[in-house]
Write a protein that binds this ligand. Structure first.
Ligand code: MLC
Length: 512
């Protein structure tokens, strides 16, 4: 069982069909297969074997797709990295995963070279230039024919296919081990419930280095034998224009994208008569956005619920009249949920508790981190950290109402405050800090921080601190605003009261 093999088999049903149109250049299923094959040959030649980790940090491109699928086809493990990660984060991901190959591009490599150049045993491969150890640019290799197909797909269902790094509750990000079985069952379940077919045309505007853009959107389209129109970056106006012009049948986005698309609707007013479904996930879709979108476009957005550690968990039904705002629907085929009290007991239907998840899509644990893995599971159930309830009047339909863990979701990216606080507190002028999320129309929530500065360092301004954070963290994790305070609000036990801090910051902003 190997997900790359299953996707290759789907593509082989109609090899001459356009699988991906990347920024106006079409690639058939056969052309993609050919390049994945060559890429696998190259990786094998440089010594990649089953179980090895191959990190990849390249802009959204066809090369990302080839390297990703080729890595999996050899039974190796892909470690996709956000192109926004600064050098220190990239170094951590490569070292923590024990990657032996790092595929990148010359511009990106120039800024991480010092940090990763000294990692022992790491082979750097550049897409567009000769590698430090003298290999030809990978792009050149992909264009040349090779006689033999070295893809052997030597994997078992529970073998790890991808390590997705997720922000950590206690600081450092952790590598979530996603298996071939997880990816295959997730793809097949979504294929069934969202009525994918080879007649579909997906507009793909998401990043490829996360579950949403990779395992939901890309895999969904390739498995269905559909055509995927790929944009390198999301642009709301262009999205509307493309949906009409191509025309497309299916679109997936995070709520920030739908919000920005609404801002551009008036100027385009596209004909959406070929569209079948708009799907949203990775962050809560606000009720007013759901209704505004419906009123404007006539479509009820289909909201689904997932997380990196469990891929997709629930989805609203495909039938538009059964799509309801605020609800994330019902468990997918192969998935089960429970709603559990703080004491670990099932609550009555209708009562709020933590959502626990079990099933084929649930990950294998955190890479090299048995402690965190065992904290995350209880009797085989994954503790999601999300709070919700099931409606007893509607077949136990799931509603999410909040989070048990401190987590900020900004524009579909997860940020744990601790990771940002650790970075702030490493700064010489900061005595202590607290990071919270505050509501934001565009991002849903945005990251803000309060800092107490050391007595002799009070002159540092917030902009300098934000700039400093950007040297240590991807910019989506960095506070958009930093407030200097004399002290942080604490309870009698000395614990920072984040909800009080949130209120203080919101009222400061309202007063501005
Ligand atoms: C970018 N920035 C963000 C941000 N995205 N800041 C906070 N939150 C975000 N989500 C930063 C940029 O780096 C930049 O910083 C500044 O904010 C302005 O950027 P922008 O022009 O607004 O960003 P843009 O490039 O347009 O990106 C917005 C976006 C993007 C919504 C298109 O964030 C995005 O693609 N989000 C999708 C994330 C996703 O795929 N999540 C899935 C996770 S999987 P500066 O400093 O350079 O100015 C998962 C499981 C599941 O959660 O269920 O799906």
């Amino acid at each position: 069982m190997n997900v790359a093999q299953i996707l290759a088999q789907s593509g082989a049903r109609n090899p001459g069909k356009i699988a991906v149109d990347f920024e106006g250049t079409p690639y058939t299923y056969a052309q993609i297969d050919e390049r994945v094959k060559r890429c696998a040959g190259f990786l094998k030649q440089i010594g990649v074997k089953k179980g090895d980790r191959v990190a990849i940090q390249v802009p959204k491109s066809m090369e990302f797709v080839y390297v990703h699928l080729a890595t999996l086809a050899l039974g190796a493990i892909c470690v996709p990295l956000n192109t926004g990660y600064p050098a220190s984060e990239v170094q951590y991901f490569i070292e923590d995963s024990g990657s032996t190959v790092f595929v990148t591009y010359s511009f990106g490599f120039s800024s991480v070279k010092n940090a990763v150049g000294s990692i022992k045993g790491l082979e750097v491969i550049l897409l567009d230039d000769q590698s430090p150890s003298g290999h030809e640019p990978l792009c050149d290799h992909l264009e040349k024919a090779s006689d033999t197909d070295l893809r052997t797909y030597p994997t078992e269902p529970d073998d790890v296919a991808v390590l997705f790094y997720t922000s950590g509750t206690t600081g450092k990000p952790k590598g979530a081990m996603i298996t071939h079985k997880n990816l295959i069952s997730n793809t097949q379940a979504l294929h069934e419930i969202w009525h994918w077919s080879d007649q579909d045309v997906l507009l793909h505007v998401l990043p490829l280095f996360h579950v949403h853009g990779l395992a939901v959107a890309l895999y969904g389209g390739l498995y269905a034998g559909a055509t995927i129109v790929m944009h390198e970056r999301f642009d709301p106006r262009r999205t509307w224009e493309t949906l009409e012009k191509v025309p497309c049948t299916i679109f997936m986005g995070v709520p920030t994208m739908y919000y920005r698309m609404m801002q551009e609707w008036e100027s385009v007013q596209p004909d959406l008569s070929k569209m079948r479904v708009f799907i949203s996930g990775s962050a809560p879709l606000l009720e007013n956005l759901f209704y505004r979108f419906e009123k404007t476009t006539g479509f009820r957005i289909l909201e689904r619920y997932g997380m990196t550690e469990a891929l997709m968990i629930t989805s609203n039904p495909y039938e538009p009249e059964r799509r309801i705002p605020r609800s994330v629907g019902y468990p997918l085929p192969g998935m089960k949920i429970r709603i559990v009290s703080e004491e670990g007991e099932d609550v009555e239907p209708g009562q709020v508790g933590e959502v626990w998840v079990k099933g084929n899509n649930v990950f294998k644990g955190y890479w090299n981190n048995p402690e965190k893995t065992s904290e995350t599971f209880c009797d085989g159930w994954l503790k999601s950290g999300d709070l919700g309830y099931q409606d007893p009047e509607d077949d136990l339909r799931l509603y999410l109402v909040g989070r048990a863990k401190e987590l900020i979701i900004t524009g579909g990216y997860n940020v744990y405050p601790k990771e940002v606080e650790n970075v702030l507190e490493e700064h010489e002028s900061v005595m202590e800090s607290a990071v919270v999320g505050i509501p934001d129309q565009d991002y849903g929530e945005k990251v803000v921080a309060a800092v107490v500065l050391k007595g002799d360092m009070k002159s540092i301004n917030p902009e300098e601190l934000i700039k400093y954070c950007k040297t240590k963290l991807a910019s989506y994790k960095c506070p958009k605003m930093i407030f200097k305070m004399d002290s942080l609000p604490r309870n009698a036990m000395g614990k920072v009261q984040k909800h009080v801090l949130q209120k203080v910051i919101i009222s400061k902003l309202e007063g501005q």
